[in-house]
Design a protein around this ligand. Structure first.
Ligand SMILES: *[C@@H]1O[C@H](CO)[C@@H](O)[C@H](O)[C@H]1NC(C)=O
Ligand SMILES: *[C@@H]1O[C@H](CO)[C@@H](O)[C@H](O)[C@H]1NC(C)=O
Ligand SMILES: *[C@@H]1O[C@H](CO)[C@@H](O)[C@H](O)[C@H]1NC(C)=O
Length: 347
């Protein structure tokens, strides 16, 4: 089963390069559309780690999301299905540690928020059952420690908090929480909460203009204080100032074929990594310096096999390893940086 999905990974790099060259001599409209984006996909940045996890039979459902606690070397995976363990915990070395399924209905997104004092993982739940429409915080052993939202009740309210298909979240070390709500449903919003769950700012409108959303699906915060949102239905990434919520720009030109389903930064801050679900593709984009984000530029890509369907991904802040939750292939795969591009990592 596993082997089936391996062969196509990586091969996309040289292929993309060839396709580009053959198209340059094609009809002019094609040529123009190719020149609108800069594709520099000559170089591979990552390779598949075929040895992760050690044993893959723990993947018994549709693996929707993954979160890396790089402080403790843990990888959390959440999967959907009937009568299965919903959350699996592995080590970054690939050993299975434990699992739980209580209070998890239909997991969508995850975030590992470990500090020196506590190990925790947050899960967004898009189920319609009694644990649905919530965002839940667990400790590393699966004890439920916090519930945001009104369990079992979808809605648009902010007091009390309600969600409808909350997609993903990002939690800062300070405890501030950024939520994209959601994955279809009533809301198309980005909300920042303080550590005591008071609303700090909100962009709450459905639409195509600046700071409006259509399926805000994934979120991350970079080291220079910018919030990056994969606005999947609008085929763009939008960027905001994390303190004020001010809109800083959008990237459309890299996503003409399909919107981004996931967004993350490499720990060196050089690349934005994006998954495109139906294209079964990962893109590595040049991360722009502080301030205005300019336009986007694809540096490298990984073409996965057809129907692998990478949904959400996460990155180890220690090693730079990428873990990709593949709904179609029903597994999480690990990609590790090629040493020469990340000389600072000990891989
Ligand atoms: C939870 O997992 C156990 C063990 O795999 C299984 O027997 C049980 O049916 C699961 N419960 C749910 C609600 O899926
Ligand atoms: C949001 O707007 C899009 C079109 O811009 C529409 O297709 C979609 O149904 C709207 N969603 C909601 C929840 O109103
Ligand atoms: C992927 O394809 C499915 C089936 O055609 C569709 O329902 C879904 O909206 C697509 N997702 C994206 C992100 O384009």
């Amino acid at each position: 089963m596993k082997r089936l999905w391996l062969c196509a990974a990586g091969a996309g790099l040289s292929l993309a390069f060839l396709v580009l060259h053959s198209r340059l001599s094609g009809p002019s409209n094609l040529r123009d559309s190719i020149f609108q984006i800069s594709w520099r996909t000559k170089e591979s940045l990552y390779r598949l780690d075929v040895g992760w996890p050690k044993r893959s039979e723990r993947f018994t459902g549709a693996t929707f999301c993954v979160a890396v606690d790089s402080l403790n070397g843990l990888v959390y995976v959440a999967q959907r299905g009937d009568n299965i363990q919903k959350v699996l915990v592995f080590t970054e070395d690939g050993y299975f540690l434990r699992a739980w399924n209580h209070t998890v209905d239909t997991p969508h997104g995850m975030f590992a928020a470990s500090t020196l004092h506590e190990q925790s993982v947050w899960i967004t739940d898009v189920g319609s059952g009694s644990f649905g429409h919530t965002i839940k915080k667990y400790n590393s052993f699966g004890d439920l420690v916090q519930v945001l939202g009104t369990p079992g009740q979808k809605g648009t309210g902010l007091n009390p908090l309600q969600f409808d298909n909350p997609a993903e979240l990002y939690v800062e070390d300070t405890g501030d929480i950024y939520i994209v709500d959601g994955d279809g449903g009533l809301n198309n919003r980005l909300v920042k909460l303080s550590q005591d769950f008071m609303m700090l700012w909100l962009h709450g409108e459905n639409g195509t203009g600046p700071a409006k959303f259509n399926i805000p699906h994934s979120i991350t915060v970079d080291s220079s204080g910018r919030v990056w949102v994969a606005d999947r239905g609008n085929k763009r990434i939008q960027v905001f100032d994390k303190d004020t919520g001010a809109w800083l720009g959008a990237w459309n030109n890299c996503f003409t074929e399909e919107g981004p389903s996931s967004v993350r930064f490499t720990p060196d801050g050089k690349y934005v990594i994006v998954a495109q679900l139906n294209l079964s593709r990962l893109l590595f984009l040049a991360a722009p310096p502080v301030g205005n984000i300019g336009s986007c530029s694809v540096i490298s890509s990984i073409q996965l096999a057809d129907q692998v369907l990478p949904h959400l991904l996460d990155i180890s802040g220690e090693t730079g390893a990428i873990y990709v939750a593949e709904i179609g292939a029903k597994q999480v795969q690990k990609y590790i940086p090629l040493r020469s591009y990340f000389p600072l990592f000990h891989v």
